[in-house]
Design a protein around this ligand. Structure first.
Ligand SMILES: [Zn+2]
Length: 276
């Protein structure tokens, strides 16, 4: 299986704040019954014109006796819209269990929704500015030299192993093994860079991972590959899913002038078991 050229990604945004100077911004956190029509009824209760929807997220969960959906709606209102009255009206919509208003200040609305959860097994997430995190990694490399590279690899390895354990608990080891290439691209969704994964050399125990815009390597110049954390992360994750030792090498790196970083993941042959 070859790797198709990367397609234009469709952005998925998680807004930490909205800023529209001078505008009246608000956020309504709501809980509705997870039944056909509930969301539509809530949305049609919002006055048009008067309210301009900026962002909407919705996630399904179990709670309160049956399936529910928790949503966050972010919008801009005309000056004559009474936000308290609007929220009270939303609470009376059939299927709406709760609605809570958060108003912005002078066009600034900080999203106070917490925790932020990724849905694979439900672990909570931390958002960090990408450039700042990249600088932190660079600092570790620069000040600690070869020790820093080992530290980054080891930290990636530990994180990969613990993530694999969580995923195996959530979806089962058989399914995770079958879908390892797809699962690996999840790290791209977490912000490490757009990833493509395919089997290498037509072998099920070897995978090629290409990373566009790798957080560790982009904007850097180096004589050797720089994706040490990612190398550890891939090796740790795959070893947790395959339940075997895994070698990961970075064979091309943007820091060395390549168009994208390329990693080879190889499962080691299981050694002879003692006593057999
Ligand atoms: Zn690289």
């Amino acid at each position: 299986m070859g790797l198709a050229p990367p397609t234009e990604p469709l952005a998925k945004s998680v807004a930490v704040y909205f800023y529209r100077p001078g505008r009246s911004l608000f956020h309504v956190a709501f809980v509705i019954d997870h039944r056909p029509g509930s969301l539509l009824r809530l949305l049609t209760a919002i006055p048009v014109p008067g309210v301009n929807l900026l962002h909407l997220t919705i996630s399904i969960s179990n709670g309160g006796g049956g399936e529910i959906a928790a949503g966050h709606l972010y919008a801009e209102a005309a000056p004559d819209v009474d936000l308290e009255a609007l929220t009270a009206a939303l609470r009376t919509v059939p299927g709406v269990r709760a609605a809570r208003l958060q108003a912005g200040s002078e066009g600034l609305l900080v999203d106070d929704a917490y925790p932020l959860s990724f849905t694979a097994g439900g672990p909570t997430a931390l958002l960090q500015r990408r450039a700042a995190f990249s600088r932190m990694i660079q600092e570790i490399r620069d000040t600690m030299r070869s020790g820093g590279l080992v530290l980054l690899y080891e930290q990636g390895l530990l994180y990969g192993q613990s993530t694999a354990r969580e995923d195996v608990r959530a979806i089962g080891s058989e399914f995770a093994r079958r879908n390892l290439p797809t699962l690996l691209t999840g790290f791209g969704a977490m912000g490490w860079g757009q990833m493509q994964v395919a089997s290498a050399e037509s072998r099920a125990d070897r995978l090629t991972i290409r990373v566009q815009d790798s957080l560790e390597c982009v904007g850097q110049t180096s004589a050797g590959p720089l994706g040490h954390y990612l190398r550890g992360l891939f090796a740790g994750y795959a070893s947790g899913i395959w339940d075997a030792p895994v070698e990961c090498t970075e064979r091309a790196c943007v820091a060395m002038g390549a168009l994208q970083c390329e990693f080879l993941l190889a499962r080691s042959a299981p050694g002879p078991s003692p006593g057999r």
